[in-house]
Every structure is written in structure tokens, then in C-alpha cells.
Design a protein around this ligand. Sequence first.
Ligand code: NAP
Length: 313
Amino acid sequence: MEGPALNIHSRVYVSGHDGLVGSALLRTLGRAGLRNVLTRTRARLDLTRQDAVERFFSRSRPEYVFHAAALVGGIQANQQRPGDFIYQNLAMQTNVIEACRRHRVKRMIFFGSSCAYPKQAKVPIREDQILAGPIEPTNEPYAVAKIAGIRLCQAYNQQYGTDFVTVIPANLYGPQDHFDDSGHVTAGLIRKFHAARLAGAAAVTLWGTGRPKRDFLFVDDLAQACLLLMRRRLRHDIFNVGSGQETSIAELAALVSQVVGYKGRIDFDASRPDGIPRRSLDNRRIAALGWRPKTELTDGLRLTYYWFRRTLA
Ligand SMILES: NC(=O)c1ccc[n+]([C@@H]2O[C@H](COP(=O)([O-])OP(=O)(O)OC[C@H]3O[C@@H](n4cnc5c(N)ncnc54)[C@H](OP(=O)(O)O)[C@@H]3O)[C@@H](O)[C@H]2O)c1
């Protein structure tokens, strides 16, 4: 696909701009000097409403779209609200993707998720593994909607010649994460160790053995990759974006406790479930475009903890 000519005057719409990914995109687009970045809060534009989305696109005519709005949550949320996870994500993405097609958006970036990959996919997971096997059942509602979004983008590219690109991020962390009930491991650890430090607790107990490994990416590095993908000539329509490194939960917990200044013990409750042992992404496609993550895990954790303390603690 030919790289569209994104420039500082381009009209760029970022959906979900106050979320983890959307806010990082705003910072990155601002640093890159883009002057016409369009945003709408959910109160002003509910993306599950097709008529409202259509009206917004007719009036605002975005040329480039980052669709970072979604209903996001962990295992518990998916199990409590499976209908909302399927319906709201399907509705939002279908409305936005269809509006991008109808209004001839030059390029749209849709965000998939690594839980859309099969449970047994070989790690590091390649982009061609979508629908290559059964998915992990605990996040199925969210994953089913993501798979539909990925295939809708590809189907429109094939049928209508649109330029819709899916980005599949690794486990993200950073400012503006949900530190309450997101199910995001990094945010959860920061909250837990911070509370334990304040309480002078002697020990913190974490679920599982601590052995599962994940790929943690600072969200501003993802945003940088997305800007690159919006600008460059692309030969694929799905890109994994991960750190390229595997970190065990125990290693992450040790780092977070250092950053937070918690001095007590860290115990693991091995009677609790561990989840999938490994889940890292094959980064070769995005690396071939010259992208590398810039933020070391410890530095990213420091920046995240700084934001947490300033904003929420
Ligand atoms: N975080 C990760 O580790 C991760 C990993 C892989 C993929 N992703 C994907 O990346 C994308 C962004 O995730 P995130 O972590 O940034 O999520 P997030 O922090 O929860 O942000 C989601 C955003 O979507 C907005 N939104 C939700 N429902 C809406 C609606 N009906 N109308 C308008 N806006 C609505 C939210 O607005 P409110 O503030 O009003 O709720 C919020 O701004 C998602 O597609 C997600 O699946 C994230």
C-alpha cells in the first residue's frame, strides 16, 4: 500500500483520546507538530451510535483515523459482561470502519489485541496466526470482536481498495492506564506495591507462580510505531508491535517494587491460575520499517509511577 502524505496540516481523528493508547497518540502527534488533531469525548460522540458517527465524519472529514476507542478489560470483566464486550466493540469498530470507507479516509489504524491469536500459537506469535486455531476462552468476547474488526479491515481493503491497517500491541503500560480494575498487570502491581508501601506491609502476595512471561511495551513507544505506520509505504495490513523482550511476572514484580520503594517480601500464591505461560509477539514486520522501542522497562515504570502518584495517589 502506498504511504499516504500525512503532514502537519492533515486532519487526524483519534478516537478514545483519553484512554491509555489514545492519550499517548495525542502526545506523539503533538510532538510531531500535527495541528489538526480531532477528538471527541464519549459524552459528545458515543461511537456505538451509527448515526452520530456518520454525522461526525460528514462534518469533520478526517483524512486519517486512529481508532483507539474500545471497551477494554481483563478476564473478570469479560466474564461478567460478555455481551457488552462483544456488542460495544463490534458496534464501535464497525461504525468507525464503515465511516472511514464511506468518507474515503486515506488510512485508518485499528487496534487488535494479542488475545485474538490462538491459545496454542507458537511464540513469538506471527501476524499470520489470526484464526489459525482456537482462542483462549477467558477473553473470548473481547477477542471475537477484535477478530471481526481485523477481518473487516482486510475485507474492505480487498473489496474497496481501502487502506486499513491493524496494529496488535503487546501488554501496554503507561500514564492514563486504569489502575483500578483494568486487569492490566503493570497497573495492578503499581497500585498494590504503592498501597503496601504506604501501609508498611511486610509482604505482598501475588496470584500464580510468577513464572509466566509477557512482553511489556511502554505506550508512547507504541504511539511512535503507529505514527510511523501512518506515514510509511506498507506491504502488510497487520503489524505486531511489542518490546521484543520477555519478562516474567516475578521479574516485573521485583522491578515495580523497586520503582515504588516497597521494601517488604513478595510471595506467590501458586494455587491461583497462571494463565498462558508465554505470549510474546514477532516484531519483524515493524522492525523492518526501522522502528525500535526506546523506553527501557525500568524507565517506563518510573514514568508511569510518577504519573500515578501525581494524578491518582
Ligand atoms: N492496553 C493494552 O494493553 C492493550 C493491548 C492490546 C490492545 N489494546 C487495544 O488498544 C485500544 C486502546 O486501548 P486502551 O488500553 O487505550 O483502552 P482504554 O484506556 O480503556 O481507553 C478506551 C477509550 O475508548 C473510549 N470509549 C469507550 N467506549 C466508547 C464509546 N462508546 N464511545 C466513545 N468512546 C468510547 C473510552 O472513553 P471513556 O474514557 O469515556 O471510557 C476511552 O477513551 C483498544 O482497541 C484495545 O483493545 C490495548
